[in-house]
Design a protein around this ligand. Structure first.
Ligand code: ADP
Ligand code: GN1
Ligand code: MG
Length: 364
């Protein structure tokens, strides 16, 4: 019996194990598609090993995860939707736990596989990005009354860009892998923007950016689209649901989606900020949030696009300097390429910030 089969059999499912194969293109968790047989029917699941290097307290994480998915499931049911497809459903183990802990300390969870769905690593049709924006805006709207103080911070200071800057400077100082000499210009790109890195922490202290329940990882591939309608169906990757700034859910989607190239494209001449996709997202996010954004938040939306892109660039660069221990990589220099790619987008956004602000004004 393989290890995966053994783990699958610890969960409370009816069928017989058939297979478990690597699945998806996430950078953090170890994801498998599990196929089982129930009579003559195939039933699929998602099995994930929670990344313990990233998430220090998987039990608290799963507690957040289940509380939020149960809350969302009830809302969806009351609105006449299908809670088995429109939110994630955690399968319990045979002894009633929401994860299985192996003897060597690995945490595994199992989810209902959302059938007839697809996730995209790139925007293939512009309308998809607009619909994605409505979905993430609406996600915040659905959670607007969720008591934020009952959720633990699964990663402390996750979108504290000021602290991400500090972490980069620490990595520069340590230069663990002797890679610093090859990235001095990239490091200078960050140090030139040190003040910008603190902008949101300042705004928070001034009362302009309240903490709300936010997703915090709003990449396009963290939404499952319905294969038949090509409309967003289910928001996934709920590991980082915790108190955060609403504008960062906007900014992180722009970072990943409003671009002409993949996140790790090394040929920077191909990497450009796509302002028409930005516009579609602005329109959709404001609509989806249904009036839930404050004036202060709306004003910061264009800066959030830049902030999340800058922050992610710094995170990739930090990981490169530290020896690629955080984000999954499949080739040499991938984190460095990702960092340069993000910084290129930041430069593009800087030169178009006035247009970006005008677009936001158009839709409020
Ligand atoms: P990571 O944190 O590594 O990004 P995700 O939770 O985003 O992990 O899962 C990785 C990929 O697996 C997703 O992008 C999606 O394609 C797929 N996936 C995850 N959960 C489900 C699900 N319940 N049903 C169908 N596909 C899923
Ligand atoms: C990670 O888990 P995934 O691949 O959806 C990361 C995000 C980054 C993103 C960059 C928990 O997202 O913060 O923005 O990679 N998730 C975590 O692609 O660090
Ligand atoms: Mg993901």
């Amino acid at each position: 019996m393989t290890k995966e089969q053994f783990i699958v059999e610890q969960f409370d499912i009816g069928g017989k194990f058939i297979s478990a194969t690597p699945y998806g293109s996430g950078h953090i968790n170890d994801t498998r598609l599990v196929v089982t047989a129930e009579g003559d029917k195939e039933v699929w699941y998602i099995l994930q090993k929670i990344n313990k290097n990233v998430f220090k307290d998987p039990e608290q994480l799963m507690d957040n995860y289940c509380k939020v998915t149960e809350y969302l499931g009830n809302i969806i049911k009351n609105n006449g939707g299908d809670p088995m497809r429109e939110t994630l459903n955690v399968i319990k183990t045979k002894d009633g736990k929401n994860f299985y802990l192996t003897e060597d300390g690995e945490y595994w969870r199992m989810l209902v596989f959302v059938v007839d769905s697809v996730s995209y690593d790139r925007v293939e049709r512009p309308e998809q990005f607009y619909h994605c924006a409505v979905a993430f805006g609406n996600f915040q709207y659905l959670l607007r009354n969720y008591p934020a103080d009952t959720l633990t911070e699964t990663i402390v200071n996750f979108h504290n860009t000021e602290d991400r800057y500090r972490q980069l400077m620490e990595a520069v100082k340590e230069d663990k892998c002797s890679r610093l000499s090859s990235v001095s210009e990239d490091v200078r790109f960050a140090t030139d923007r040190q003040e910008f890195a603190s902008m949101f922490e300042r705004a928070h202290k001034e009362g302009k950016l309240p903490l709300k329940v936010t997703h915090n990882d709003t990449k396009l591939n963290n939404i499952l689209f319905d294969k038949k309608t090509d409309r967003p169906l289910c928001i996934i990757d709920l590991d980082t649901i915790m108190p955060g700034y609403a504008v960062n859910d906007f900014g992180d989607s722009i970072r990943f989606g409003a671009t002409t190239a993949a996140e790790d494209e090394a040929d920077l001449s191909k990497v450009n900020f796509d302002i028409s996709l930005y516009e579609l997202y602005v329109k959709g996010f404001i609509e989806g949030a249904k009036g839930g954004l404050t004036e202060g938040e709306i004003e910061l939306l264009p800066y959030a696009a830049m902030m999340m892109t800058f922050e992610c660039g710094m995170r990739f660069l930090t990981d490169y300097l530290n020896g690629d221990t955080y984000f999954r990589t499949s080739r040499a220099n991938q984190n460095l390429d990702r960092a340069r790619n993000q910084f290129k987008l930041v430069s593009d956004m800087e030169s178009r910030i006035e247009e970006m602000k005008a677009i936001v004004k158009k839709y409020v």
